[in-house]
Design a protein around this ligand. Structure first.
Ligand code: HEC
Length: 483
C-alpha cells in the first residue's frame, strides 16, 4: 500500500495546478496586482490620469475599457517597440497579463475571495532620490484656465552658477500633478530665453521646443518617471551663468488650477571623468502636402569619435506616426536605437538604455520618421488638413532625435562638436551643392570647399575625397574656437 502514497500526492498536485489554470481570474487574486504595479502610480487621486484605479469598484466599472486599452497597448503609456533598443524602467504589460485582464472582463469582472485582497500600494511622498543639494522653484504660481487646448509654457529660472557645476541627479516635482502632463529641462547661456519671458516668472508660450538654440539639457519628466542619476563618471555640466528653461505641458482639467513646480539638483562630488554631449540628428526640410498620409523625413550623421549612447529622446509634433532610429556600425552591425510605431506627442520623453550602447567612430546614425497629414489622423490639429512646414507651432512639424552620448574624456566634448559639424558639411557635399535649398550665401561658401576638395571635378565629394575635407573643416573650427 505504502508505495502508492507518493503517486497519490503527485496526482493531487497536478489536479490543483490544472484547476488554477482554468479558473476565471478575479480582481483580488489576479488583476489587482497587475493594476497596482503598472497603473495606480498615475491612476490615483491628485495625479494626472483622469480616474483612480485603486479599489475593486474603480476597476470593475471600467473593466471592458481597461481590457480594450491594455489589449491595444495604449496603456500603460510606453511607445518603444520591444526588440528595438533595450531600455530602463520599461512600462509594458506581458501578453499573459493582458490576457488575464481580458478574461476577467469577459467573465463579468469578479471580485474574488476577500481573503486574497492585496493591500493597495503605498506611494512615496517627498523627493524620491533624497533631499537635493539645491531646489529651483518657479518664482510665482502660474494660473491655468479651466478649458481650452493644452498649454506649453517655458519658465526661465536663473541657476546662479558662478562656475561650471556638475549635476548627478535631476528630480522634478510637479507643483500640481493633476495638470502637469510632462516637462523638459533645457539650459541657455545666451540670455535669449530671458528676453522671451517678458514678465519674469510668467513664462512664455513654447510648443515644439524652447524656441532657441539650447546650450544643454537636463533631460525631462513624465508621470511615473523615476529620477535619473547619471551613471559611472558621467554628469550634466551646468555652465557658469546658465538659465534653466523649464518647458511644461499642461493638460487642462475643467477647473482653473495653479502650478508652481520645482527642480531639485544633486551635484557630483567630483568632476566627471567622462564627457557627456547631446547629439542632435534632425531635418528642418519639412513640407507636408495637405492630405498626404505617408510623408517621410530622413536624416543621417556620422559620429566622429568613439561614443556610447545612454539615452534617446525622439521629438516631432502631432502628425508624426512612426519613428525609427538605427545605428550602422563600421563593422557592418546594425543597432536599432528605437522604433515607435504609434507616436503620440502627449507621451514624448527620454528613453534610457539599460546599458550604454557602444557606437564607435565612423558609425552612421540614421533616422526615418513618417507623417500622416490626412483627415484620418485623429491627432491632426487642422480640419480639413493644411500644408504643414517645419516650425515651433502646434500646427508645424519637427523631426529630431536627441541622443545623449558619453565620450571617453570630458575634454572630448569640444572635439566631438567640431567633428560632427565637419561630418555634417561633408555629408551635404556628397550630393553636390543644392543652391536652391541653401540660398546664395551658403551655396557660395560650399562651392569654395567643393572647388578645393573635389579632386576629380565631378561636382560632389566622393568617399575618397571626404577625409581630407573633414580634416580641413575640423582644423578650421579649431582655429575659430581658439579665437
Ligand atoms: C504614466 C502614467 C500612466 C500609467 C502608468 C497608466 N496610465 Fe492610464 N492614463 C494616464 C493618463 C494621463 C490618461 C489620460 C489620457 C492621456 O493623457 O493619454 C490615462 C487614461 C486612461 C484610460 C482612459 C482612456 C480613454 O480613452 O479615455 C484608461 C482606461 C486607462 N488610462 C487605463 C490604464 C491602465 C489599465 C493602466 C495600467 C495597465 C494605465 N492606465 C497606466 C496615465 C497613465
Amino acid at each position: 500500500m505504502r508505495v502508492f502514497v507518493p503517486i497519490l500526492i503527485f496526482a493531487a498536485c497536478a489536479w490543483a495546478a490544472d484547476a488554477n489554470k482554468n479558473a476565471v481570474p478575479t480582481f483580488n487574486h489576479d488583476v489587482a496586482p497587475i493594476l497596482y504595479k503598472n497603473c495606480s502610480n498615475c491612476h490615483r487621486p491628485g495625479e494626472v490620469a483622469p480616474f483612480a484605479l485603486l479599489t475593486y469598484q474603480d476597476a470593475a466599472k471600467r473593466a471592458q475599457q481597461i481590457a480594450d486599452i491594455t489589449q491595444a497597448r495604449v496603456m500603460p503609456p510606453w511607445k518603444a517597440t520591444q526588440g528595438y533598443g533595450d531600455f530602463l524602467d520599461v512600462r509594458r504589460l506581458s501578453d499573459e497579463q493582458i490576457a488575464t485582464i481580458r478574461e476577467w472582463a469577459a467573465h463579468g469582472a469578479p471580485e474574488g475571495d476577500a481573503a486574497e485582497k492585496p493591500a493597495p500600494p503605498k506611494f512615496a511622498s517627498g523627493w524620491l532620490a533624497g533631499q537635493p543639494d539645491q531646489i529651483f522653484k518657479m518664482s510665482q504660481p502660474y494660473t491655468i484656465p479651466a478649458e481650452g487646448a493644452d498649454l506649453f509654457r517655458c519658465f526661465v529660472i536663473p541657476l546662479n552658477a558662478t562656475q561650471d557645476e556638475y549635476v548627478k541627479t535631476v528630480e522634478f516635482r510637479p507643483g500640481n500633478r493633476k495638470i502637469v502632463h510632462h516637462a523638459i529641462f533645457f539650459l541657455d547661456t545666451t540670455g535669449e530665453a530671458r528676453k522671451r519671458e517678458t514678465v519674469p516668472g510668467r513664462g512664455y508660450s513654447c510648443v515644439g521646443g524652447p524656441g532657441l538654440d539650447i546650450t544643454g539639457s537636463l533631460s525631462g519628466w513624465a508621470p511615473g518617471a523615476q529620477p535619473a542619476s547619471a551613471r559611472g563618471g558621467v554628469a550634466h555640466t551646468i555652465k557658469k551663468g546658465s538659465d534653466l528653461v523649464m518647458q511644461i505641458h499642461y493638460h487642462l482639467d475643467g477647473r482653473q488650477e495653479q502650478d508652481q513646480s520645482s527642480l531639485g539638483l544633486t551635484f557630483a562630488k567630483e568632476p566627471p571623468t567622462k564627457g557627456l554631449t547631446l547629439y542632435v540628428l534632425g531635418n528642418e526640410h519639412i513640407d507636408i502636402p495637405a492630405g498626404d498620409s505617408h510623408y517621410v523625413v530622413k536624416a543621417s550623421g556620422i559620429l566622429p569619435m568613439d561614443t556610447q549612447a545612454v539615452a534617446i529622446f525622439p521629438h516631432a509634433h502631432y502628425l508624426c506616426k512612426d519613428m525609427k532610429v538605427d545605428a550602422y556600425l563600421p563593422d557592418g552591425t546594425v543597432k536599432p536605437l528605437i522604433w515607435i510605431k504609434d507616436w503620440d506627442f502627449n507621451w514624448q520623453g527620454a528613453y534610457r538604455y539599460a546599458s550604454p550602447v557602444p557606437l564607435p567612430k565612423g558609425t552612421r546614425v540614421e533616422m526615418q520618421y513618417t507623417y500622416d497629414n490626412s483627415a484620418n489622423n485623429a491627432h491632426n490639429p487642422s480640419n480639413p488638413p493644411k500644408e504643414v512646414k517645419f516650425g515651433e507651432q502646434t500646427t508645424n512639424e519637427m523631426a529630431f532625435a536627441f541622443i545623449s552620448l558619453t565620450l571617453a574624456n570630458p575634454s572630448d566634448v569640444a572635439e566631438f562638436r567640431r567633428g560632427t559639424r565637419a561630418e555634417f558639411i561633408a555629408s551635404m557635399l556628397e550630393n553636390g551643392v543644392d543652391e536652391e535649398a541653401l540660398g546664395p550665401q551658403r551655396a557660395a561658401s560650399l562651392k569654395m570647399l567643393l572647388a578645393a576638395f573635389d579632386k576629380n571635378k565631378n561636382g560632389k565629394i566622393d568617399p575618397d575625397e571626404r577625409d581630407a575635407l573633414v580634416q580641413f573643416l575640423i582644423r578650421r573650427e579649431e582655429r575659430q574656437d581658439r579665437q
